[in-house]
Ligand binder design. Sequence first.
Ligand code: GSH
Length: 74
Amino acid sequence: MKMYGNWRSAAAFRVRIALNLKGIAYKEVFLDLDSGDQHKPDFLAINPQGAVPALFDGDGPPLTQSLAILDYLE
Ligand SMILES: N[C@@H](CCC(=O)N[C@@H](CS)C(=O)NCC(=O)O)C(=O)O
């Protein structure tokens, strides 16, 4: 899996913790929220809400909203 996150995002932490507890391998792409990476067109194409986390499972569509992602992982 591939997750877009940020080191101080509580929502991204939620997903990171679940991925680690479940032993799911993932790669994390860190967005610099202070610099506005979340508002750049490349990321808005992934999550039009301009927020992390966003998770990709294989070639599937991007998953957003941390609680919905937790549900998906479960
Ligand atoms: N309800 C969303 C909240 C996502 C959210 O607000 N993420 C924050 C970081 S914790 C963010 O990306 N903010 C972007 C910004 O501040 O522009 C979730 O649980 O995933």
